[in-house]
Design a binder for this molecule. Structure first.
Ligand code: NDP
Ligand code: MG
Length: 382
């Protein structure tokens, strides 16, 4: 029996690479559902190739166009809107849901997929940033496994295979440092989105590439690691590792450190999340350890204030990470559109964290309320 996969965000960087994995292993995997937000032509082309049972376009204004494009494929059901996207993950034949959509919008469908007891291949890290406690609780309650797709977390997960009995002493979370690693504060003041979009080692979607340049992405990943592996923040150390070869490591009680290494290729963590505990063949370049030396540095929290703010949000807990995420989504989009400077992003996030109502014990409704309030405040501050 082939595993049936639902890809939320199939037109993005992770989504298209996941389809490449499925293409290479069509004997094991089948696409049950594909979803996108705006890129309707690309979604239709994917549907023609993979013949899923259904497709969903989140932006309803593209519904008629998608119907038209798929008029020659009457077996593919076409839906539109955020609530259709939330419903589709519950379809009985689906075995795994790959959450490859970007931002807070991933939270609701991920919760629905967990409650439907699907295996979650989690790329959408914002889900764990916003509601890590709730998601982990639900995953246990509904027996829904969460497999990490983020490269660092996949690396940690791979290091933990066979270590069920052993306590983690420390997680070593690596970070390329982004394109501005060696910039001075003065230089950072004038960088543009075009500069930030030139990531030195990874080719990713626009939002996460900006988050990688500001190191907010690493702050998010500390939170993601905390929830996925049940390790407190003070046992998660961030290391700047410009070569992006060591994807992360785990230190155990005997001082032993296990790391996972490889070329930067997201298809490996995507495929591993699908196939765990098996390793399948993946064609592509292989690591050449003679190629370059490995270096590791401490991150500069004064220069990269977003990482400091993420630590602060983590320390405060409650709905503070949700506030941080909402403000970040607003300023990240504004920076890409030239409406906010690079350093201005951290200032607005900090102000939003001070002004949004803090709640120490949030539930789902709190997150919805907090996200809306923080977005409104960050937008006003802009
Ligand atoms: P992209 O921007 O490349 O793709 C995002 C996907 O989500 C697209 O299919 C997009 O549709 C869809 N989408 C965007 N907004 C919405 C919405 N409101 N409702 C429904 N669908 C939406 O992002 P990435 O693939 O880079 O990242 C996806 C997630 O994976 C993010 O959470 C990111 O942090 C995480 N991640 C990504 C990595 C990478 O290498 N790219 C590495 C580790 C984690 P459309 O194309 O139509 O706009
Ligand atoms: Mg990562």
């Amino acid at each position: 029996m082939k595993q049936q996969i639902c890809i939320l965000g199939s037109t993005g960087s992770i989504g298209t690479q996941a389809l490449d994995v499925i293409r290479q292993h069509s004997d094991l995997y089948e696409v049950y559902c594909l979803t996108a937000h705006n890129r309707v032509e690309q979604l239709a082309a994917q549907a023609h190739e993979f013949k899923p049972a259904s497709v969903v376009i989140a932006n309803e204004t593209h519904y008629e166009r998608l119907k038209e494009l798929l008029a020659d494929a009457p077996d593919i059901k076409v839906y539109a809107g955020a609530s259709a996207l939330e419903q589709i993950v519950e379809a009985a034949p689906i075995d795994m849901v790959l959450t490859a959509m970007v931002g807070y919008a991933g939270l609701a469908p991920t919760i629905r997929a967990i409650k439907a007891r699907k295996k979650i291949c989690l790329a959408n890290k914002e889900t764990l940033v916003v509601a890590g406690e709730l998601i982990t609780k639900l995953a246990i309650e509904y027996h829904a496994p969460i497999l990490p797709v983020d490269s660092e977390h996949s690396a940690i997960f791979q290091c933990l295979v066979g270590e069920d009995m052993n306590e983690i002493e420390k997680i070593l979370l690596t970070c390329s440092g982004g394109p501005f690693r060696q910039f001075t504060a003065d230089q950072l003041a004038t960088v543009t989105a075009a500069d930030a979009l030139k990531h030195p080692t990874w080719d990713m979607g626009a939002k996460i590439t900006i988050d990688s340049a500001s190191l907010m992405n690493k702050g998010f990943e500390v939170m993601e690691a905390k929830w996925l592996f049940g390790v407190p923040a003070d046992k998660i150390q961030v290391l700047i590792h410009p070569q992006s070869i060591v994807h992360s490591a785990v230190q155990f009680a005997d001082g032993g450190v296990k790391a996972q290494l490889g070329v930067p290729d997201m298809r490996l963590p995507i495929q591993y999340a699908f196939s765990f505990p098996r390793r399948l063949r993946l064609d592509g370049p292989r690591l050449d350890l003679f190629g370059q030396p490995l270096a590791f540095f401490k991150p500069d929290l004064t220069k990269f204030k977003c990482l400091a703010l993420a630590y602060e949000a983590l320390d405060k807990g409650g709905n503070m990470p949700c506030i941080l995420n909402a403000a970040n989504e607003v300023v990240n989009a504004a920076f890409r559109e030239g409406r906010c400077g690079f350093l201005g992003m951290a200032d607005i996030i900090e102000q939003t964290m001070l002004r949004t109502t803090f709640e120490a014990a949030p539930d789902y409704d709190t997150y919805v309320r907090t996200d809306a309030e923080a977005r409104r405040i960050a937008t006003e501050l802009l």
